[in-house]
Design a protein around this ligand. Structure first.
Ligand code: NAD
Length: 491
């Protein structure tokens, strides 16, 4: 018999019901009920925080290599169960088979191992003493965990974004209270199951479920020492306002300009744009939200993009060859419809491929888009390629920088100096040259500027944010130990 889907929450190592009853999780593809998931309230959150607080000193005192062994074991178990988790991602959030497998195999499962190895190399520093004319001071910079970290995650990469964050936060000796998106609680519970079965001690990872209020209860709790949030800019601003003096890392919305200059390799740029606009139906923070295409190559680019989009296999995400599935929820669908219809009313020309029924929205190409339209100013987060014709590089830079959601940009040109100069002029946290906007490296810093976030995640940047730097200053006194060595002293 197939294993039952995990629908409860994890507090202090036990799977418990919520005080708020349950909430339904529906399939984005068919609308059918997948499961009723336990609903938590502020009291449950308080119990989870208490469990995390109680577990934290013991976890931080666990020898580093023992913690790392558990990280490696989580990775091994996750890799063994990756297909099970991928199948739930397909059902629960409508990822295609390829997208779901990519999320678990390439990002979510390996992040536990990567974080373990990273923390082993998270070195401190020693400093020379510069204040006194003695040889008595020794200064050593060390790291200590923050304590209890609240982790609130979105629906679009539910196991990946959470695994990367939790793995680094926990590896560094913190404990966590995690609220996954209400649109992806089941696959997230599978990650928590893997963690407990791999030997993570009770209370180190606690999971609570529910809507925004449950996330807000974590943020509001006085005993939460730090916050990790990935989600929309609107929610991020609310969290930032309450995070106050606590360390926080916020990964928010993006404005994804894809700039295609006159000298670009057009075929490569079209492939890049296909991925940027239609991967997971455009529900990626790094999606191509605006294609800024030079007038000299505009018509050829549009013809080729339409030809490629017309071949997209859209439909049941559970079929191996499907390339694009549905949107995850009606709020996302509503925003996409609103942006596209407003652009249509203001004169944009629209070409669509694929079904428009339920939460399925067609792959959509808009030409004649102007920078003033909402679709060019706000994150749409859907399978839409809004094309703005540009006639100069300064114009492209001005439009790309006119939004405050500077997460990632993509630039297509064959000229090295242009790539360098424009790359420097764009305000975004990352600029991909001759690469889709949906590319990022797991060991490089990732994050946005302006309203797109606060801080940088991944690898050592995670460990820096979720540890506190601590300087130990030793005064050794005047009693020098003299022995026959060529050199004495040092730092
Ligand atoms: P969302 O902001 O609606 O929800 C994210 C999480 O916040 C959910 O768990 C939700 O329940 C919770 N939440 C809602 N209100 C809250 C409140 N007041 N206090 C605390 N928690 C609250 O986002 P979403 O629709 O799940 O995700 C899509 C958004 O996430 C897009 O804007 C996308 O660009 C962004 N995103 C950014 C990155 C990045 O790395 N920059 C990555 C993925 C997604």
């Amino acid at each position: 018999m197939a294993k039952a889907l995990p629908t409860k929450a994890l507090i202090n190592g036990s799977w418990v019901d919520g005080s708020g009853g349950t909430f339904p999780v529906h399939s984005p593809q068919s609308g059918a009920l997948i499961a009723d998931v336990a609903l938590y309230d502020a009291g449950d959150v308080a119990r989870a925080v208490e469990a995390a607080r109680a577990a934290q000193p013991g976890w931080a005192a666990t020898p580093l290599i023992e913690r790392v062994k558990i990280m490696r074991q989580i990775h091994a178990l996750f890799a063994a169960r990756a297909e099970e988790v991928a199948q739930v991602l397909i059902i629960e959030i409508g990822k295609t088979v390829a997208e779901a497998r990519e999320e678990v195999h390439e990002y979510a499962a390996p992040s536990w191992q990567k974080a373990g190895e990273e923390v082993l190399r998270h070195r401190g520093l020693s400093f020379p003493s510069t204040q006194e004319q003695t040889n008595n001071k020794r200064l050593v910079l060390t790291h200590r965990p923050l304590g209890v970290v609240g982790v609130i995650t979105p629906y679009n990469f539910p196991t990946d974004i959470a695994s990367i964050a939790l793995a680094h936060i926990i590896a560094a000796g913190n404990t966590a209270v995690w609220k996954p998106s209400e649109f992806s609680p089941i696959c997230c519970n599978m990650v928590a199951e893997i963690c407990t079965e791999a030997g993570l001690p009770p209370g180190v990872l606690n999971v609570v479920h529910g809507m925004g209020e449950v996330g807000a209860a974590i943020v509001d709790h006085d005993d939460v020492d730090g916050l990790f949030f990935t989600g929309s800019t609107a929610t991020g601003k609310r969290i930032a306002a309450k995070a106050a003096l606590r360390p926080h890392l916020l990964e928010l919305g993006g404005d994804g300009p894809v700039i295609v200059l006159a000298d670009a390799d057009i075929d490569a740029a079209v492939e890049g744009a296909m991925n940027a606009c239609f991967y997971y139906a455009g529900q990626v923070c790094t999606s191509g939200e605006r294609l800024l295409v030079h007038a000299d190559i505009h018509d050829e680019f549009v013809t080729k993009l339409k030809a490629r989009a017309s071949q997209l296999r859209i439909g049941d995400p559970g079929l191996d060859d499907t390339e694009m599935g549905p949107l995850r929820n009606s709020a996302t669908l509503g925003r996409v419809v609103e942006h596209v219809e407003e652009a249509r009313a203001q004169g944009a020309e629209i070409t669509q491929y694929g079904p428009q029924e339920g939460l399925f929205y067609p792959a959509t190409i808009l030409t004649g888009v102007t920078p003033e339209m909402t679709i060019a100013r706000e994150e749409t987060f859907g399978p839409v390629a809004p094309i703005i014709k540009i006639s100069s590089i300064p114009e492209a830079i001005a439009i790309a920088n006119s939004s405050k959601l500077g997460l990632i940009a993509s630039l297509w040109t064959r000229d090295l100096a242009t790539a360098w100069r424009v790359g420097e002029a764009l305000q975004h946290g990352t600029v991909n040259i001759n690469e889709t906007s949906n590319y990022w490296d797991q060991l490089a810093p990732f994050g946005g500027t302006g309203n797109s976030g606060v801080g940088r995640e991944l690898s050592q940047w995670f460990l820096e944010r979720f540890t506190e730097q601590k300087l130990l200053v030793f005064d050794l006194g005047d009693t020098e130990v003299r022995y026959n060595r060529r050199a004495e002293g040092g730092w």
